[in-house]
Design a protein around this ligand. Structure first.
Ligand code: SAH
Ligand code: SF4
Length: 353
């Protein structure tokens, strides 16, 4: 069986040629898979019956298995299983007038942030391009009958499990397929790569015309070196000041901003002093940054707590008073879905073991 997803149009054409199919058959399949979200060759009506039969016996249209979907009023969490038995999480988030999909790029993560459930496993492996895209394909299949605009994911954030830039090659190929106008055709402006800030990977991204053209979010999470080193040990080898200098000079496309993500953790980085320090840092460059405050999602396996609501609003207000764009991302459906990485942690033993 040949896995057809994860292939670029050119690769699909090569595959068609190798199998004595006409080239335009590859184009038709590409459209069925990436435009009509079809995973059953028997429904590919412009393809002759004998070829449909051949495809059903020789081609695969998914690599992930859909295991579970947990729904909340404004979001849904999907759990998938890879062919080698690992679990992958994807979250669909309802915004005011569109869906945003939060996609995973690795199984586990070796960056080791102290507040993150994904870090607990270390890195198991990178996801393949097909596994990155299949998260979208399954979700699209699920929502494609809904009325417009709810029948199509509009925004994708690489903010699920893993460090996207540590899986550079597979991520880049996924982005190439996502933005291909002959297929999925998502605008570059609607893709966001979220990174913990590993400098050599960020420098690579800054020099890459393709990845540089999608949005960048950085998990800053602290207003200074001391606090960042405490909760994000990678700061020791990626110094705070150097990261900041890099961000201030990053070659931003016209009209874009870098998002600074800041997980607010009780008594760690949520004080008024921290807010003022962050404001002082950002203010001189406020046209190139926006701050996204993320109240910490508690989990039994993590040693921190979420600040009181009042404190979260106070932190935001200090930034706003300095004319800095600052939003709060209340994690949607938190009661049903649990914290980042938690659903997977809960199901890990029964599913794999
Ligand atoms: N590795 C990338 C992307 C995945 S993490 C990165 O770190 O940016 C996505 C976001 O979730 C990051 O901003 C991270 O700081 C945040 N996050 C991780 N654990 C969290 C938790 N327990 N509560 C709230 N946000 C969390
Ligand atoms: Fe990895 Fe991001 Fe979690 Fe840090 S916050 S451990 S970089 S997934």
């Amino acid at each position: 069986m040949e896995l057809l997803i994860g292939k670029s149009l050119q690769e699909l054409r090569n595959w068609a040629t190798e199998n004595n199919l006409e080239r335009y058959r590859a184009d038709q399949i590409y459209q069925w898979v990436y435009k009509k979200w079809e995973d059953n060759p028997w429904n590919m009506t412009n393809i002759p019956k004998d070829l449909r039969k051949w495809l059903s016996e020789n081609a695969k249209f998914h690599t992930l298995e859909r295991v579970e979907k947990v729904e909340a009023p404004d979001s849904a969490k999907y759990l998938f299983k890879t062919e080698d038995g690992h679990l992958v999480e994807t979250v669909l988030i309802r915004e005011k007038d569109h869906w945003t999909l939060c996609v995973s790029t690795q199984i586990g993560c070796n960056v080791g942030c102290k507040f993150c459930a994904t870090a607990k496993d270390g890195l198991i492996r990178n996801l393949t391009t097909a596994e990155i895209l299949d998260q979208l394909l399954w979700v699209q299949k699920d929502i494609k009958e809904l009325p417009k605009p709810w029948n199509k994911v509009r925004n994708i954030v690489f903010m699920g499990m893993g460090e996207p830039l540590a899986n550079y090659t597979n991520l880049k190929k996924a982005v190439e397929i996502l933005i291909d106008q002959r297929g999925i055709d998502i605008s570059k402006r609607r893709l966001t790569i979220s990174s913990s800030g590993i400098l050599y990977q960020l420098r690579k991204m800054a020099q890459d015309p393709l990845l540089r053209s999608v949005n960048l979010a950085i998990s800053l999470n602290a207003p200074n070196r001391e606090i960042r080193e405490e909760i994000m040990p990678i700061t020791q080898s990626n110094p705070f000041d150097e990261l900041w200098k890099f961000l201030v000079n990053y070659p931003l496309p016209e009209g874009r901003k870098i998002t600074l993500e800041y997980v607010l953790i009780k008594d760690i980085n949520d004080s008024e002093k921290c807010a003022h320090q962050l404001a002082r840092l950002v203010k001189p460059h406020r046209k190139r940054f926006k701050v996204n405050l993320i109240p910490f999602n508690p989990s039994p396996i993590l040693p921190y707590e979420r600040p009181e609501e009042e404190r979260i609003f106070k932190f935001q207000k200090i930034l706003l008073n300095h004319s800095i764009i600052a939003t709060i991302r209340w994690s949607k459906g938190q009661k049903v879905l649990g914290a980042c990485g938690q659903l997977r942690a809960k199901r890990k033993i029964p599913l794999i073991g």
